[in-house]
Design a protein around this ligand. Structure first.
Ligand code: NAD
Length: 477
């Protein structure tokens, strides 16, 4: 995609400072870009905009297709939804690519040879942000993982490895616990890996995978994982490599791309001219490659390496004995600009392929699958009778309709009827599973719900149970 016009946003917290530094670097390097500035983030939300971006700024984003974005603030535990997540999902930015390298011996790290890339799924998983408080005690967040989303990100990871001459792709998931969602992701990984025999692969359960990223990061090359795990492990990897302030990232889809630093708006250091602008500068270099200006990206990255090598460091990476000069955001950008055209002497100079083509993902045709309704889980809010699963089971089994019969009751995923243990703590949120594997139909389920209603139960929701090609497509408990 060759273009000179890009959208930029200065964001919140340290955003304006690191964006100014980045624009200075881009201009001095001869990127020759035209910037359309839009307003997003906290100010826009607080002025009453529901989406954190005005309609006209959204049109600018769509028109220019390429977006360089400084971090924005999203409130924790309430308030408005994340615009970052909304942009990624609305524009189909399926892959969040986060390279992470160590700059040893000039930036302190225990690992001199980190050179890995995290490819994070960017559109689904728990980041759908679909949450419901179902009883006064229990809140749920839906984890949605699709076949297409998994296929696209895993293919992207292998195609990325191929295009960047990388040799190994690691998948991380938690399929020992989330057997359907993460299980599907892992199975898809195994299937697609077979199409890339030249690239070796393995899988880690995310907990030990994250631990290994912290204790032995040099073993990894390309890591592909689901959205939430990817978010967490890319901060781990960046911090272990030296600082979250160093990491850049791209969010790429078929028609749009957004580039940013991996870190947030760092309100604790905002307005002090001390933030490290390298993360956003690295993100901007990924953007330059995407828009056909790999030569400029190469020039900037080599100057960045030279600046780090010369010991000119912002506070987050400054260390006595390694650093020469502690500088602020502006002075760091100035030092980098002074070194444009120079190559590092200890680090290997960056050489980018100016013919590299953007990665386009083609997914497989969908196969026809036989889907059969076999029952339903009816979730209820029930607080009485000492929360005893056996007592509840006695009442609920009376509500069965023909062969749609109560099979079990569980509480937070633990069976409490007909089996169950007296030590199990029960909330007021119960899931009552009714199965009829032979001839279930929606009318039976409607009749069942009417029975619940007539018996005075507070039904919160239902989840229908299906088999797909004869296999149960629901969790056991
Ligand atoms: P953060 O990444 O903003 O900060 C974590 C720590 O790293 C802080 O101590 C901070 O000072 C330091 N740090 C971050 N960037 C730095 C830099 N460039 N130079 C030096 N030090 C740096 O994470 P947080 O504090 O958890 O989040 C703050 C806000 O940012 C939240 O509202 C969060 O939602 C938002 N956020 C936005 C994005 C984004 O816009 N893409 C990403 C992550 C977090």
């Amino acid at each position: 995609m060759n273009t000179n016009k890009i959208t930029i946003a200065y964001g919140d917290g340290i955003g304006p400072e690191i964006m100014e530094a980045t624009i200075d670097v881009l201009n001095a390097a001869g990127a020759n870009l035209i910037y359309d500035t839009i307003e997003i983030g906290e100010k826009v939300y607080l002025s009453g905009s529901k989406f954190g971006i005005s309609d006209s700024d959204w049109s600018t984003l769509e028109k220019n297709k390429i977006f360089l974005k400084a971090p924005i603030t999203t409130p924790q535990g309430g308030g408005y939804q994340s615009l970052n997540v909304a942009i990624r999902k609305t524009l189909g930015l399926l892959a969040n690519v986060r390279p992470c390298i160590s700059y040893s011996p000039f930036v302190d790290t225990n690992f001199a040879n980190i050179d890995l890339v995290i490819v994070r799924e960017n559109e689904e998983d728990l980041y759908a942000g679909i949450e419901h408080q179902q009883t006064d005690e229990v809140v749920q967040c839906l984890k949605l993982v699709s076949v297409q989303g998994s296929e696209k990100i895993i293919r992207y990871a292998f195609e990325y490895a191929k295009a960047h001459n990388r040799k190994h792709v690691t998948c991380m998931s938690k399929d020992n616990i989330m057997k359907l969602t993460d299980g599907m992701f892992h199975k898809m990984f195994n299937k697609i890996a077979l199409e890339y025999p030249e690239i070796s692969n393995d899988h880690y359960i995310i907990d030990i995978g994250a631990a290994k990223l912290a204790s032995d990061p040099e073993r990894f090359d390309v890591v592909v994982t689901l959205n939430l795990y990817g978010d967490i492990i890319s901060d781990i990897a960046a911090d272990v490599a030296g600082s979250v302030g160093l990491g850049g990232s791209s969010n790429v889809g078929e028609n749009f791309a957004m580039f940013e630093a991996i870190h947030g708006s760092a309100p604790d250091i905002a307005g002090k001219d001390i933030a490290n602008p390298s993360g956003l500068i690295n993100g901007a270099c990924m953007m330059l490659v995407q828009i056909g200006k790999a030569d400029i990206a190469e020039k900037i990255q080599n100057a960045l390496l030279k600046t780090l090598e010369d010991g000119i460091h912002t506070g987050d990476i400054f260390k006595g004995g390694l650093s020469q000069q502690r500088v602020g955001t502006k002075a760091f950008a100035k030092a980098l600009i002074e070194r444009l055209g120079q190559l590092p002497s200890t680090f290997k100079p960056v050489k980018l392929n100016s013919d590299a083509k953007p990665i386009i993902i083609k997914t497989e045709e969908k196969k026809l699958i036989v889907k059969k309704l076999v029952g339903t889980d009816v979730f209820i809010d029930w607080s009485s009778e000492n929360r005893n699963g056996k007592i509840l089971g006695g009442k609920i089994s009376q509500l069965s309709v023909l062969n749609l019969k109560l099979s079990k009751i569980s509480n937070r995923g633990v069976e409490v009827y007909p089996a169950g243990h007296s030590a199990t703590f029960c909330t007021n949120h119960w899931s009552c599973r009714f199965l009829n594997t032979e001839d279930c139909n929606p009318e039976l389920i409607i009749q069942l719900l009417q029975n619940f209603n007539a018996a005075g139960f507070d039904v919160i929701k239902t989840e229908n149970l299906y088999t797909l090609d004869g296999k149960a497509a629901y969790s056991v408990a």
